[in-house]
Design a protein around this ligand. Structure first.
Ligand code: EPU
Length: 333
């Protein structure tokens, strides 16, 4: 294990932003991670780099968690527990589970990032969030070096949120995550409109067919970070009061929405941003994706600050137009 000096983080963040790590170390085992933590407390943990926007160089020691491994614990005819190390690539884990015909993660295909960061924002897509199949995770307390198990309830999962973004932010490093998956085609979720449409001719779609549908939908509207830098949805979908919603619906009868409760309505941020005229707009190398306005993109050499400035411009315009504050989902560094 070698600590390197002044390493470019461009290949380590899916936005493809240039920023340097003053010191950088790649760790391949939990043992190595514990060794580092014994002497270093001011650390910056880097997983798949899919949910960060780097606006400056990182002064703390950057630890790139590169631990690999998948363990299966068979629970009989119906279910199986799959434990993956934090450094496993998320999409590769999903594909592996699909290849074994283990159901539960297929709706989450092609989400960029690694296993270890997936619980932090409770990643979700097409009607499924990881909390639906999450069994437990193991994490190391940075301060004490001790390992702790977190159950589903311990994680306080909510829409794009968990205890690791709140009370325990920066306190733990997730080292592995266990999912409870099904060996039968039950509990599959094809409620999401676009998936239902793609699978309309299939009576009982297989796990692989659902994964293929999700991959096709994502590829049709979300940019591939290997080609255009991005971090997926840049903002959360806002939840507004029913009073504000009624007021907006008078002016915009076509406003898409999901009813959460009698008082709360969720509105797709992508629609709000598109209405404000930003969809497909480019400002230098920073832009708003042409097919999904919720995704900000780096066409080539945008700085983190340029992307952040664009995000603030969007927030301001959406606030003026709709009286809605958009919350940024990505971690701004
Ligand atoms: N819409 C527009 N214009 C746009 C984008 C969206 O009008 O440019 C409207 C459309 O009416 C559409 C609705 O928004 O019907 C919803 O769009 P979409 O199905 O693309 O989903 P989303 O709400 O924009 C969320 C997640 C995505 C996830 C999809 C599918 C958040 C912040 N984003 O997006 O997650 O893939 O649902 O489940 O909740 C991510 O987090 O990185 C991500 C991509």
């Amino acid at each position: 294990m070698k600590i390197q000096q002044n390493i470019s983080l461009k290949p380590y963040n899916t936005f493809g932003i240039q920023a340097n790590a003053k010191r950088f170390v790649s760790v391949n085992s939990v043992k190595e991670l514990k060794e580092i933590l014994a002497s270093e407390k001011a650390i910056f943990l880097l997983g798949g780099g899919s949910n960060i926007l780097l606006t400056k160089d990182v002064e703390k020691l950057v630890i790139h968690l590169n631990t690999k491994g998948i363990i299966v614990n068979d629970l009989g005819a119906e279910e199986v527990l799959v434990t993956a190390e934090a450094g496993e690539n998320w999409h590769e884990l999903v594909l592996w589970c699909v290849s074994q015909n283990y159901g539960g993660l297929e709706n989450l295909a092609l989400i960029p990032g690694n296993v270890g960061t997936s619980p932090i924002q409770n990643i979700g897509a097409y009607g499924v969030e990881i909390k639906d199949v999450f069994q437990q995770l193991e994490a190391i307390n940075i301060e004490t070096g001790k390992t702790k198990i977190f159950t589903n309830a311990d994680c306080d999962f909510e829409y794009r949120n968990s205890v690791f973004k709140n009370g325990l932010k920066g306190k733990y490093i997730i080292i592995n995550v266990t999912f409870q998956l099904t060996k039968k085609n039950h509990n599959i979720n094809i409620s999401y409109g676009a998936i239902k449409d793609l699978l309309s001719d299939k009576e009982n779609p297989s796990i692989k067919e659902i994964a293929d549908a999700v991959i096709a939908i994502r590829q049709s509207k979300l940019p591939d970070p290997k080609k255009i830098g991005n971090s997926g949805s840049f903002f959360k979908n806002p939840v507004v009061t029913s009073d504000l919603f009624i007021e907006l619906a008078k002016k915009y009868p076509e406003i898409p929405h999901y009813i959460i409760s009698e008082e709360e309505i969720k509105i797709p941020a992508g629609w709000l941003i598109e209405q404000c005229g930003f969809k497909g707009k480019r400002f230098g190398d920073a832009g708003v994706h042409e097919k999904q306005a919720l995704v900000l993109v780096n066409y080539n050499n945008a700085s983190g600050k340029e992307i952040y400035d664009l995000a603030q411009k969007i927030q301001q315009k959406v606030l003026e137009t709709f009286k809605i504050s958009l919350e940024i989902e990505v971690n701004i560094i």
